[in-house]
Design a protein around this ligand. Structure first.
Ligand SMILES: Nc1nc2c(ncn2[C@@H]2O[C@H](COP(=O)(O)OP(=O)(O)O)[C@@H](O)[C@H]2O)c(=O)[nH]1
Ligand SMILES: [Mg+2]
Length: 281
């Protein structure tokens, strides 16, 4: 990443940036998926009188990050229930498995519902992870009602008093209304039995500004409480995390950094910021 190291080195050197420098800088920020609005804001900060420019850019970056709590809202009295939502192919099923694995390693009991009933492969995929990780997966019939699978799972989660109940959903990007109806129904049937604690929206970092547009559709359709930003390993454009928080205000709670089950981390904003401004690579 080190997106800003070049800029900071120039600002520190007290050198006046030429208009070619500014153009190059703007291009590199846009290329890093910071988006037009945030790029303009950052350039404005950098134009401050020398001496305070560096601080001013840092402040802009820091202010762009969400101030909301990044920890998972867990409840020790009942199953902590998590809906995993997002567009197809972003990494919902993989992230569900990664999250479940992290919980199990933490000695928590976990139950997964395979509520993407629209593709046979989707249920098989999570069942394969389940048997590999020794985690129970509740599934239904192909093309069955996803809400019915979510309800069956919630029934078991409550009866068996599991610590975490995770629902992997389908990501068909149809109309906002269709999405709202589908996710709303899943949520309502679960909430007949137990509250939903988190709605985690999975966003593929390699889709850049497009991913942000998709994310906004989901945020309008469901009460998203946090983001999982996947495929950070495939994105050389480190700016997307900043851009998505700046434009949605929703905190990134986890990042995915590969296809392996352990390639998953809680998001640490300060480490991320340091990575953007450090001199390394
Ligand atoms: N490189 C990389 N690949 C990922 C990551 N997360 C998921 N994938 C891959 O992305 C593809 C789609 O993932 P999947 O979980 O099936 O997406 P879903 O359709 O949203 O459920 C699969 O090939 C995953 O292995 C990640 O963090 N890094
Ligand atoms: Mg899936």
């Amino acid at each position: 990443m080190a997106l800003f190291s070049k800029l900071f080195n120039k600002l520190r050197g007290g050198a006046n940036l030429s208009s070619a420098d500014w153009k190059e800088l703007e291009a590199s920020l846009l290329e890093a998926d910071l988006g037009a609005a945030l790029t303009a804001k950052i350039l404005d900060s950098a134009r401050k009188e020398s001496g305070s420019a560096e601080e001013s850019v840092l402040k802009t970056l820091r202010d762009s990050l969400s101030i909301a709590d990044r920890s998972l809202h867990a409840n020790s009295e009942r199953p902590t229930t998590i809906l995993v939502v997002g567009v197809n192919g972003t990494g919902k099923t993989t992230s569900t498995a990664k999250l479940a694995n992290a919980m199990k390693k933490n000695r928590s009991s976990v139950l997964i519902a395979a509520a993407d009933t629209f593709r046979a492969a989707a249920t098989e995929q999570i069942q394969t992870w389940g048997s590999r990780l020794n985690i129970e997966v509740v599934a239904g019939k192909q093309n069955g009602d996803p809400a019915s699978v979510a309800f069956d799972g919630a029934t078991r989660a409550v009866a068996e008093k599991v610590d975490f109940y995770i629902v992997d959903t389908a990501g068909r990007l149809h109309t906002k209304q269709g999405l709202m109806d589908e996710l709303g129904k899943i949520r309502r049937v679960i909430e007949k039995l137990t509250p939903v604690d988190e709605v985690l929206l999975v966003v593929d970092a390699t889709t850049g500004q497009n991913g942000i547009v998709q994310a906004k559709t989901f945020i309008e359709a469901a009460a998203v409480t946090g983001l999982i930003l996947t495929k950070m390993d495939g994105s050389a454009r480190g700016g997307v995390a900043l851009a998505i928080e700046a434009s949605t205000g929703i905190p990134i709670k986890f990042t995915g950094s590969g296809e392996g089950i352990e390639d998953f981390q809680p998001f640490d904003a300060e480490t991320y910021l340091q990575g953007l401004i450090s001199d390394e690579n």
